[in-house]
Design a binder for this molecule. Sequence first.
Ligand code: XIL
Length: 302
Amino acid sequence: ASTLGTAAAAQGRYFGTAVAASHLGESPYVSTLDAEFTSVTPENEMKWDAVESSRGSFTFDAADRIVAHAQGKGMKVRGHTLVWHSQLPGWVGGLSASDLRSAMNNHITKVMQHYQGKIHSWDVVNEAFQDGSSGARRSSPFQDKLGNGFIEEAFRTARATDPNAKLCYNDYNTDGVNAKSNAVYAMVKDFKQRGVPIDCVGFQSHFNSNSPVPSDYRQNLQRFADLGVDVQITELDIEGSGSAQATSYGNVVKACLAVSRCTGITTWGITDKYSWRSSGTPLLFDDNYGKKPAYDAVLSAL
Ligand code: XIL
């Protein structure tokens, strides 16, 4: 196969990218997107501050442009993200516990209803655990006011709203076996045992020299899959360049392909020019949309 999307499809997977609505008018951006990718994730446009900056008033225009583009090209859409401590408007943090609970459930319901039937997988909850060895939850308005049960409540509300969307928990620094991924693993195991709805776990996979592709990446993906959930690589980018970067990208693809329930890979952007890592070169296409060695490594690993 000659593109990322067709090569991944031949393996029964999608190959996606984060997309920003603001770049959809740039012709090489769109032509690269359309040629190479079979799934999109709105990079910021579905986040709480983007869609409900004031309570109860929803704005979907920018996200709708991405979804319409994807649908027109037959691409899947990953919904990102419903409940997250970051890019959260200030009003949410000012609510009482009971008000926060209803605002959270209303947010999930309204956003999911708007996109009903159009989203392959939703990141229902993003980044709810701390880094480091504690395995503890991260402080957030949701955690601090609603307690551990907020995640379960978010997933139950999401399932009741759109029973056809896959519901994911998504996080970073959970790519290898470590205290943080152990904590997420325990939560997913508990959810499966108690019948709390969860279908997938997203592994963001933002890698750099301090946080390289873990040697036990495949093993970690597999242990989650063995709990009965799909796994997805949701925000892949790898700092570096040349053959070292290419080798790391190839290893990520091989790890996913070795796990039958690893259903797809999404890179966190198309071109280095627009990466959120503004100083780096972590993606598959250079500033001029040229294919990097990392691109070739991904294609040949698929
Ligand atoms: C990032 C976007 O890429 C940036 O444009 C924005 O300024 C901050 O958020 N984990 C996530 C993503 O789940 O939503 C983040 O995206 C990157 C880290």
